[in-house]
Design a protein around this ligand. Sequence first.
Ligand code: HSE
Length: 429
Amino acid sequence: MRTRPLKVALLGCGVVGSEVARIMTTDAADLAARIGAPVELAGIAVRRAGRPRPGVPEHLITTDAEALVNRGDIDVVIEVVGGIEPSKGLILSAFGQGASVVSANKALLAKDGAELHQAAAEAGVDLYYEAAVAGAIPLIRPLRESLAGDRVNRVLGIVNGTTNFILDKMDTTGAGYSEALEEATALGYAEADPTADVEGFDAAAKAAILAGIAFHTKVTAADVYREGLTEVTAADIASAKQMGCVVKLLAICERAADGESVTARVHPAMIPLSHPLASVREAYNAVFVEAEAAGRLMFYGPGAGGAPTASAVLGDLVAVCRNKLNGSTGPGDSVYTRLPAKPMDEVVTRYHVSLDVDDRAGVLAQVASVFAEHGVSIDTVRQQGRDGDASLVVVTHRATDAALSATVEKIRALDSVRDVASIMRVEGE
Ligand code: HSE
């Protein structure tokens, strides 16, 4: 085994960074044996020095991240800061110094992944980011390496633990969205500002990364259609239950049937209880991959948290260190298909439409004729009368988003329709 250590700069020492530092210290001998050389934590860059950081060697702390990255002897930079800048500049500086990078930064990878991959390739170093999607779950490397010989057609995932916790609470207790969010906040799942999670930004960044790797094309967060879960009501959850379904916030990446385009979207959807993703409870993540030869695969586990995310970071650290010792690099970006991202209007799926209507002769026929006019075929209709009005739930066969939107717009304008109570996509069949 080589005795000269590989030197690692750690950028960020929050929930994940402190776990990375701790495991690098406590498991140093095992990591060295697996890599073939010792790895030495050369410095830890933080925003604010002087905070208590139990188990983190105080003498390694610095507030000058740029100086740490550029000191000239760093082999690997671990970036667990998040956000676009200064992370992006620091990663580019690391490449400029010949250092490989391990990052957990989904927002940055989903925005500027192509540019960063190119910079890494030009510098002859690695850029690994297993921790950027679904925490501890091995997903990036299985897609990028294990499935590199197959053709992935679809990736369907629960990639945000906070929102899965909220929806699970709504499902199991009958709570409304606000009440479930309060519980998620009290238990530390949701952040003080939960926007990134509940509005689907976090899941959209992960969807962009997964779609790009799965379909060998460039997909950015801006290409991902996004709807959060703030509009999901207890009534939606109850309606899903009546259909034998559960509501999940899904990240869905698909290759079009003609193979000429891809779509990536994040939105709440009903899935049948028989689908493997329906049983993903609490804050767990799971990703369901459909590949031509492999068939259906499911990856399941904790998608967030210090130790689980550190596990993914350290796996990448071992991989890039091994590559460094071999004088090689791992697989880089593969965007050879250059498939365009199709707009949401053209996406085809099923819909659950819930209406409050007048309970009188001809109303059902009127509503049904609007669906027919727009070429949207009805699968089931369920009606429940209530003193003069009725709740009407229509589930469609597969139709385009554009056709469904036009249908709903016309239905909303009917005199007999008092309210379009909810519209939700139905997936997973
Ligand atoms: N906030 C994310 C979640 C974890 O709730 O899953 C980090 O991506």
